[in-house]
Ligand binder design. Sequence first.
Ligand SMILES: NC(=O)c1ccc[n+]([C@@H]2O[C@H](COP(=O)([O-])OP(=O)(O)OC[C@H]3O[C@@H](n4cnc5c(N)ncnc54)[C@H](OP(=O)(O)O)[C@@H]3O)[C@@H](O)[C@H]2O)c1
Length: 246
Amino acid sequence: MFDYQAPEQLLAGRIILVTGAGDGIGRAAAKSYAAHGATVVLLGRTLDKLESLYDEIEAAGYPQPAIVPLNLESATEHEYMELANTLEQEFGRLDGLLNNASSLGVRTAIENYDPSIWNQVMQVNVNASFMLTQALLPLLHESSDASIVFTSSGVGRKGRAYWGAYAVSKFATEGFMEVLADELENTSPIRVNCINPGATRTQMRVTAYPGEPPQTNPAPADIMPVYLYLMGADSKEINGQSLNAQ
Ligand SMILES: NC(=O)c1ccc[n+]([C@@H]2O[C@H](COP(=O)([O-])OP(=O)(O)OC[C@H]3O[C@@H](n4cnc5c(N)ncnc54)[C@H](OP(=O)(O)O)[C@@H]3O)[C@@H](O)[C@H]2O)c1
């Protein structure tokens, strides 16, 4: 496991947006950021999951979060701009963006891959991350120490049979991270990196490996050290890297 002990108030005063915050790794990351002092903006498509996380964060006495219900499959450029305007009015800046939400698509051969599912996976995993990140860049520039984190996968570094659009989208994610990190290097205090969570006990993992006993893999809460490290000031000098959570 990535070895990092986060100070209790690592993220005090920071504003961090997490996509796919309602479930799995995104939910654990949002809660962990809040527990370390951040005000978290919870973006996801299923309102009741976001509301239950909101309640958990409030009940724990962490900083009051904000909820953004948005479906990344259908969200328009206009909706991303509206979100940026709302965050600008509410907070005036953004210190962290965790691009975490992803669609798995189907596990099948390229020969049989349904083009509409291909497009849906690319829309959520690549195009939405681009549009959201682009819309939020002006707010990230307002921070003295901002961090953008993308979410990769083992199949985004070495392609494997039957992972289809998901694998290709993760290669694109690694590429997008490298391009943006290089553009911002030396010109901005924004750092841009990727995390490969590794096999983690979530709904996505169950869907991808239905026969696997769930306890085989660590829970999302167990892989948080790298998520905290990249959002806090200790990673200020890290840019353009793809780190493993495990
Ligand atoms: N789990 C693993 O073993 C593993 C391994 C390698 C990489 N990853 C990566 O880690 C990240 C998190 O995965 P996970 O395992 O936590 O997945 P998960 O349990 O399926 O959770 C994904 C979250 O993203 C949200 N989401 C999906 N499509 C969305 C859309 N169109 N609009 C808005 N939100 C959407 C989901 O919303 P709903 O709650 O509404 O479904 C859910 O909250 C992903 O990028 C994944 O590729 C995971």
